[in-house]
Design a protein around this ligand. Structure first.
Ligand SMILES: *Cc1c(COP(=O)(O)O)cnc(C)c1O
Length: 438
């Protein structure tokens, strides 16, 4: 009920101000009415923050601006702002101004591994392609906080073309990850132009889109968008739920549309102090994601970006959460816990130890319940000598999918290995009668 009350209040307020009827479910309306100042946010929620808190937030906003979609704003539990995960991810906090010497503006050195503007080429076979500098909401825990709000723009075709040219000229890139900003801030047409250009490049095997729209503006996932996206398969989407409360009816509807279009969905969660640093919350989150056909992909240790100190937890908290997931729930629900290495080393997976000892012929393991067992290794194992001269190798190195012999017509009856015993024309009156009866 609270959700509805908030929404009614927000709509009434905006209607009065703009003298127009609001269009809540239209994503462009939501974007146009994104809340960008504290007073409006307070007014829309009927919230009265204490004077010193308001002063603190104002000071923070000078450095790290505010943007909240009316939709996400409407989910805030106004009676519980100090602990509400929605509030904490969207409202600035004075702690963003706390600094510590280990923080950096670009800890992942994305700007260093950038051969052309907008592309980060860190791993051998895939690139990050920033196609939008816009977000519908500014998450307080954004790892690219250095860029948030500084110059909101969508790169023009000339700039995107430079990125495309890099990908076209770099044969080893088989996976392109569109990110930003939020790529779904682009119009359907502009996004389709980028996708179609990428699809013209023969060595680009898969395309991925990283977007938080299903969480902060689920109305962006329109039937028209989905119909367009499914033309560019294999296309994968990763989204960013951090707390089960974000899985609203509208969010679930957005996920359903994407999944029904055959788009495999993944989720990247950031481990955030005071929001989801709890094994119980995390377990519910990953299980609910699976119900909605979203596979938990990564759990990120919070980066060393400037302004995120108050969100950071010790690594031990992440390990504790993994300890509570692995074995205790569906394997597919368990994300990989990663630390994105400061200095640009990329993602490093960490997890509890399951290998407790080792000798030359035995491995000692423990399971999630504390069972300790030995795995006896084979007495003999003939390693395959490998000098990368594959011609002499006995392994099957023809890696194309095996050819399936598909018998057609009378051959189905003639071939000895085929079990077919009769071919019956379909659609005759007799068969129709038969089908009706059964
Ligand atoms: C995360 C990331 C990728 C994708 O990594 P996967 O492990 O393949 O999901 C690619 N490039 C950069 C720079 C990244 O940070």
């Amino acid at each position: 009920m609270r959700e509805k009350n908030n929404r009614q209040r927000i709509e009434a307020f905006i209607d009065r101000k703009t003298k127009k009827k609001s269009n809540w479910f239209d994503w462009r309306w939501q974007v146009a009415h994104t809340v960008r100042d504290l007073e409006t946010a307070e007014n829309l929620l009927g919230l009265k923050l204490k004077k010193d808190r308001r002063e603190q937030i104002k000071k923070t906003v000078e450095k790290f601006p505010i943007a909240i979609t009316p939709y996400y704003l409407s989910l805030i539990d106004t009676k519980n702002v100090d602990y509400d995960p929605i509030f904490m991810q969207s409202f600035p906090s004075i702690h963003e101004l706390d600094s510590c010497p280990s923080e950096m503006s670009d800890p992942l050195q994305e700007d260093h591994d950038s051969p052309v503007k907008g592309i980060t080429h860190r791993y051998p076979d895939r690139v990050l392609f920033l196609v939008s500098n816009l977000c519908s909401m500014y998450c307080r825990h954004c790892t690219r906080k250095r860029k948030v709000g500084d110059r909101d723009y969508i790169p023009n075709k000339a700039q995107i073309k430079k990125g495309l040219a890099y990908i076209r000229n770099t044969k080893q890139v088989r996976d392109v990850l569109l990110s930003g900003g939020d790529p779904l801030m682009l119009s359907d047409d502009y996004l389709e132009w980028i996708l179609s250009e990428l699809r013209k490049i023969p060595h680009v095997e898969i395309i991925r889109i990283g977007t938080r729209m299903p969480v902060v503006l689920p109305y962006r996932i329109t039937s028209t968008l989905v119909k367009m996206l499914k033309k560019y398969h294999p296309l994968w989407i990763n989204t960013h739920f951090n707390h089960p409360r974000e899985l609203t009816e509208s969010s679930r509807e957005a996920l359903r549309k994407l999944a029904d279009a055959g788009i495999p969905l993944g989720n990247q969660t950031v481990l955030l102090s005071g929001i989801n640093d709890c094994p119980r919350i995390m377990k519910i989150l990953v299980q609910r994601l699976l119900i909605n056909r979203v596979r938990p992909y990564y759990l990120y240790q919070c980066d060393l970006s400037e302004g995120l100190m108050h969100f950071r937890t010790p690594i031990g908290k992440g390990i504790e959460i993994m300890e509570n997931l692995i074995g205790h729930t569906t394997g597919m629900a368990v994300p990989t816990y990663v630390i994105d290495a400061p200095g640009g080393g990329g993602k490093i997976p960490v997890m509890p130890n399951y290998l407790i000892s080792w000798s030359t012929n035995k491995v000692i393991l423990r399971n999630y319940e504390g069972v300790i067992c030995t795995y006896k290794e084979p007495d003999s194992y003939e390693p395959i000598f490998c000098d990368r001269k594959c011609d002499d190798c006995k392994l099957q190195l023809n890696l194309e999918g095996a050819h399936e012999d598909k018998a057609v017509g009378i051959r189905k009856l003639i071939d000895d290995y085929n079990d077919t015993t009769s071919l019956t024309p379909q659609g005759t009156e007799r068969i129709k009668r038969r089908n009706k009866k059964s």
